[in-house]
Design a protein around this ligand. Structure first.
Ligand code: AMP
Length: 598
């Protein structure tokens, strides 16, 4: 397919605000693509050239796109910038000049040719690479038609902003094959083990839908991480899963470790919850894995946390989190050494352990970690566990964890499988309770913000709208607009982060009441952990809200009000979570039903 045809689809998608219509458009597009084209197109639609866990970035700033454009159009920078100021959008400015400069010949390249050129542009590195990038972008701008140029330049600077999620693409694959979304569960299951949308698309085209059930773990492709359900008492836990393994719940950050050894060579890659490769941040853990793992090939998970071996004390999250950094890594590693408490095995020496019972996974994991009695020396430690069906004993374990400064405990079902990407009752978290009615925090997506008034006017942000994820509808629904409880530094930090993700209009996957509209809409990227005193009901929030036709006919009115957070406060930014990992509407409903005195 020609890139120009793809550009026409993108334009239609951009103009559409209904998720279902976007899905249909994507399905229609996917039908027309070959297996190679579908793979590359899906990356391009997301403003990338590879799946998110691969570390190839374009390394192209807006400035460089402007350089490329003036080179392609042979105009003065001031001329470009003046028009850019008027139009206010880089893609549309390039499109404008492309229409003007009719002398440029159009060769109408196909998608694969554009992809190849962008790929080469991205991997250019080292001395002189900026020039290479600018020149090849200029050459591409020269070749394509005006509309294609608009989107072409948006790809490398990461502003495609088409407002759909990975789930929309999975749905579109189903629509492409069957004209409905009935195949989504099969497709999603494969995606959880191999979260590479391009690969899944190619596989479906090449080998058919049935081949997806055979997809297993692959070293250096992160598996979507399993999530825990929550309960609020030892009694409920035993009632739910009976005899189970109790482990401390460490408040650090989760890492998925991929390790391969062949001969004298060994390689380790670490992935965070949002599938980002973060190996470079943790040289101490990399060294620990190489020294202490006895397997040839393994994928396992653990929680990394600052630990003082002398006092056997865990460091609070605020200290551990300082290890997440891009610079000064070695010095911080000395100041805050980490331990990795390993708790899950997914793959070992060619064998897939995802569907093995927990107890077997744990036994195998323990058998491939060299452990000494000297905690100070080990980097890897198998998370200690106690198997019990005794409520009293569970309570004592919980109190013990809390007294050590940990968050609480995790209860694991003995015969439970590992469920990639899913939240299930095979893992249950039980966290220490706070003085409020709800005992757990809520992870929310920031959907937009309002400009500030009064003192906050100088910050340019005065309140922000947050929501949870309605998994069934693949939509984000609102629960609170937060305007208090942040320090000045937090407001400034929030504004800085928010401005990176401004959206032109409300993304199609947001469901927001008119009264909760905001001054600035944000792309679905920033996840925060919110603490609230209580979950109440409110007609202006869309989480769990049901509408019905009004008595007068055409209009609709609130039938059942939505859920809202009372006294919400920002606990922390959760950069480690993807948007789909925020609290779901179902969880929130459960929290509402189980909150104290309800
Ligand atoms: P939450 O982030 O509150 O939903 O809790 C789930 C998280 O707890 C997991 O993603 C892990 O990062 C963390 N965690 C800490 N200790 C454990 C453990 N022993 N087993 C599993 N997860 C753990």
């Amino acid at each position: 397919m020609k890139f120009s045809q793809l550009a026409q689809y993108i334009e239609k998608i951009e103009k559409t605000s209904s998720r279902l219509s976007i899905t249909h458009l994507l399905a229609d597009l996917f039908k027309k693509l070959s297996s190679q084209e579908i793979e590359k197109t899906v990356y391009l639609l997301q403003g990338r050239i590879c799946p998110i866990y691969q570390k190839i970035e374009f390394g192209i700033a807006e400035k460089m796109v402007i350089e490329a454009a003036i080179l392609a159009f042979n105009i003065e920078k001031s001329q470009f910038n003046n028009t850019y100021k008027k139009i206010g959008d880089l893609g549309k400015t390039v499109e404008y000049f492309k229409k003007e400069k009719t002398f440029l010949k159009k060769t109408s390249p196909d998608i694969l040719a554009v992809y190849q050129a962008l790929y080469k542009t991205a991997i250019a590195a080292g001395e002189g690479s900026q020039e290479v990038k600018i020149n090849s972008l200029a050459s591409l701008i020269g070749q394509v038609d005006p509309l294609s140029a608009r989107y072409l330049v948006r790809i490398p600077i990461g502003v495609m902003r088409l407002g759909f999620s990975d789930m929309t693409i999975l749905d579109a694959y189903s629509w492409m094959l069957k004209g409905d979304k009935s195949l989504r569960p099969v497709i999603e299951k494969a995606y959880h083990v191999r979260p590479d949308l391009g690969f899944i698309g190619r596989q479906i085209k090449q080998k058919g839908i049935d081949s997806l059930t055979k997809i297993g773990p692959k070293i250096f492709t992160p598996i979507l991480m399993m999530k825990a359900e929550r309960l609020t008492s030892a009694e409920e836990i035993i009632e739910k899963i009976g005899r189970c393994a109790i482990e401390p719940k460490y408040d650090g950050f989760r890492l998925q470790v991929h390790y391969k050894k062949s001969g004298h060579l060994s390689e380790v890659k670490l992935y965070s919850r949002n599938l980002e490769e973060v190996s470079f941040m943790y040289p101490d853990i990399i060294a620990g894995v190489k020294k202490e793992i006895t397997a040839k090939e393994i994928i396992f998970e653990g929680e990394a946390i600052g630990f003082n071996p002398q006092t056997e004390e865990f460091l609070p999250f605020q200290e551990t989190v300082q290890r997440k950094r891009k610079y000064g890594i070695e010095e911080k590693a000395k100041e805050i050494p980490l331990k990795l408490f390993a708790f899950e095995l997914l793959y070992l020496n060619g064998k897939n352990y995802i569907n093995a019972p927990f107890i077997e996974r744990r036994e195998k994991l323990t058998s491939v970690i060299k452990q000494t009695n000297n905690l100070a020396k080990n980097i890897l430690i198998t998370a200690p566990e106690k198997i019990t069906d005794n409520i009293k004993e569970l309570e004592i374990l919980f109190d013990d964890a809390v007294s050590k400064g940990l968050e609480g405990i995790m209860a694991k079902k003995l015969d439970g499988i590992y469920q990639p990407g899913a939240r299930g009752w095979n893992w249950i978290k039980f966290k220490r309770s706070y003085s409020s009615k709800i005992e757990d925090t809520i992870d929310c997506l920031i959907m937009g913000y309002d400009y500030g008034k009064g003192k906050r006017a100088s910050f340019g942000i005065g309140a922000f709208l947050v929501g949870v994820y309605d998994e069934k509808a693949d939509k984000f629904v609102t629960v609170a607009k937060i305007g208090t409880g942040l320090s000045d530094e937090e407001w400034l930090e929030l504004k800085k982060r928010a401005d990176k993700y401004k959206a032109e209009k409300k993304p199609a996957i947001y469901e927001v009441d008119k009264q909760m509209s905001v001054d600035v809409w944000l792309e679905p990227v920033i996840v925060v952990e919110i603490k609230a005193d209580e979950i109440t009901r409110s007609p202006v929030h869309t989480a769990g809200r049901k509408m019905k036709p009004s008595k007068t006919g055409s209009a609709v009115e609130v039938d059942i009000p939505g859920y809202a957070l009372r006294f919400p406060r920002l606990e922390k930014f959760r950069d480690d979570k993807r948007k789909e990992e925020v609290t779901t509407l179902e969880e929130l409903t459960n929290m509402f039903l189980h909150q104290k005195n309800n």
